[in-house]
Design a protein around this ligand. Structure first.
Ligand SMILES: NC(=O)c1ccc[n+]([C@@H]2O[C@H](COP(=O)([O-])OP(=O)(O)OC[C@H]3O[C@@H](n4cnc5c(N)ncnc54)[C@H](OP(=O)(O)O)[C@@H]3O)[C@@H](O)[C@H]2O)c1
Length: 507
């Protein structure tokens, strides 16, 4: 069967009226509106870390959703691999549970009858990855390392010892190292075994529709490029805010912190997409070249251009929220930052003098990832904007919402109706849900498909990863003091000083 798509299974989980009717049936005809993607070539998928959180919550549901869209290879197994002793049947049963809780669509019995038998499981002690490879049915394979970083070197050695390098592509999850030196060491090890075109480093933000849309927004419209520079832009803010605390992951998080967890990867990737020059062509090489060029023009961040914070107990919706040091597994002397604000400068002609402010943290008042592009004020103020706070009076700004409530809005000043001239900001708005009648798909679907298809566009190239560590290394060598902030607030007051006479965008 080629390009089988499951009719009746196309509704997204958001609007679907899940009445429990399982009426999907396979069809070879794609609706006219569909994209022209084809299934990747036949290959097996070896899922190392198949019993873990990432596999359960994201990867297995993504495999199922791709299958429903006719975008899994027509032939090939999904070979789960981990240390736990379990069997095919249990693995399949757990997979159905993952799909039920994590897929955009319901679990269709007919579809699972076809996909389920392709799931097999190999426990590490029963013969290692060599045995997993014996279960393979195809000459090509994707090896997805959904395992903790400490386990990566040994698994890479196993892959090499079992002669699995040829015919393999390998997917790696962040963290790519812990600092510049360890990132370099990991890279050296990878490169001993694999060539760069076999390595797919995931930053799942790049798989998000809203993040890819930054490129389309900038380079698919002539309008924005005219104003996308120091001539018209005053500054740019990138916010990655979480409302939850470190919670159950606190012991793990304490070794990582916000700088490594969010800034080194997601925030700098967003910055690169916002600041890059238009690529000559829309190819992986051209796009990744431009992204790396921006990171090379980014000035290494000095400790005085960063504010670190750690949440203390606070009050959220009338309930006491515990402080970071009270979280299970966090040593009481921990200096790990749960909040980072940075002022970054890009030394090139387009951006010289335009600060990029990055802000991320846990236990902030809302969960939001967004970009604010703040344009310059009109040179002369002709009218009063009475009764408004400075921030509201601010002239044009563009907000790109990455998640949730995905969309883009543009604020501009308009005349308030009435006999006198007073101005007030109003909003033009695009929302995914309204314009496309759908919500953006999961990033992991796109990334898994691209990795199987061998398209590296949305994956991080080695030079890009190393440069992003290099830019942050001064903060790792000489971390700024960690300021307390109460859970449920927008971070320490020092962050307001960092942004100076501008203001952080509030939500
Ligand atoms: N979870 C997420 O949402 C998320 C998001 C972004 C990135 N990541 C990254 O993805 C990776 C996996 O994260 P996770 O949250 O899924 O971790 P996890 O829940 O701890 O799962 C780790 C998996 O790896 C297996 N494993 C550990 N050591 C192994 C070894 N030596 N050989 C084979 N399998 C081994 C574990 O099973 P056994 O103990 O049975 O071996 C388990 O299946 C990490 O690098 C993490 O940073 C995770």
């Amino acid at each position: 069967m080629t390009g089988v798509r499951w009719e009746g299974a196309q509704t997204t989980g958001w609007d679907a009226d899940h009445d429990g009717v399982e009426d999907a049936r396979p069809t070879t005809a794609l609706p006219a509106s569909s994209f022209t993607l084809r299934p990747p070539v036949d290959q097996d998928l070896i899922l190392v870390g198949a019993t873990g959180d990432l596999a359960r919550r994201k990867l297995i549901p993504a495999i199922y959703d791709l299958f429903l869209d006719g975008l899994m290879p027509n032939n090939g197994r999904i070979i789960g691999y981990a240390r736990e002793e379990t069997d095919d049947e249990t693995f399949r049963l757990r997979a159905t549970n993952s799909i039920r809780s994590g897929s955009r669509r319901m679990l269709f019995e007919e579809a699972w009858k076809e996909l389920g038998p392709r799931f097999v499981y190999v426990a590490r002690n029963r013969g290692g990855i060599g045995l997993a490879a014996k279960y393979a049915t195809q000459p090509q394979r994707l090896i997805y390392l959904a395992i903790p970083p400490a386990a990566v070197p040994a698994v890479l050695d196993e892959i090499r010892e079992n002669d699995l390098i040829e015919g393999s592509r390998i997917v790696l999850e962040k963290p790519f190292g812990f600092d510049l030196a360890s990132a370099q060491a990991l890279d050296d090890q990878l490169r001993q075994h694999f060539s760069e075109d076999q390595i797919f480093r995931i930053d799942h933000y790049l798989g998000k529709e809203t993040v890819q849309n930054i490129a389309v927004f900038r380079f698919g419209n002539a309008l924005w490029e005219r104003v996308w520079s120091r001539d018209a832009i005053d500054h740019i803010q990138i916010t990655v805010a979480e409302s939850i605390g470190a919670g159950g992951r606190a012991a793990f998080y304490d070794d990582v912190g916000a700088l490594r967890d969010i800034v080194q990867n997601h925030a700098l990737q967003l910055l690169a997409l916002l600041a890059m020059e238009p690529p000559a062509r829309f190819t992986a090489a051209a796009l990744r070249d431009e992204s790396s060029r921006v990171l090379h023009a980014l000035r290494p961040i000095r400790p005085e251009d960063a504010v670190f914070g750690q949440y203390t107990a606070g009050n959220i919706d009338g309930t006491r929220a515990r402080g970071y040091l009270e979280e299970t597994g966090v040593p009481e002397t921990s200096r790990t930052e749960t909040y980072v604000a940075i002022r970054a400068e890009i030394d090139n002609w387009r951006w010289a003098g335009v600060p990029f402010f990055i802000r991320t943290g846990k236990r902030l008042p809302s969960r939001v990832t967004e970009v604010l592009v703040s344009f310059r004020e009109p040179p002369v103020a002709l009218w009063e904007s009475a009764g408004l706070e400075a921030q509201e009076r601010r002239s044009n700004h563009l907000v790109i919402r990455i998640q949730p409530d995905e969309g883009i809005s543009l604020m501009f000043n308009a005349k308030v109706p009435g006999p006198e001239i007073a101005t007030r900001p109003v909003q033009m708005r695009f929302r995914y849900g309204e314009s496309f009648m759908t919500e953006p798909a999961e990033a992991y679907e796109r990334l898994l498909y691209d990795a199987m298809d061998g398209d590296p566009m949305l994956f991080l190239r080695q030079d890009n990863v190393l440069r992003s560590w290099e830019v942050l290394q001064p903060l790792l060598d000489d971390p700024p003091p960690v300021h307390p902030y109460a859970a449920g607030t927008w971070g320490p007051p020092a962050a307001d000083e960092l942004i100076g006479d501008r203001t952080w965008h509030t939500h």
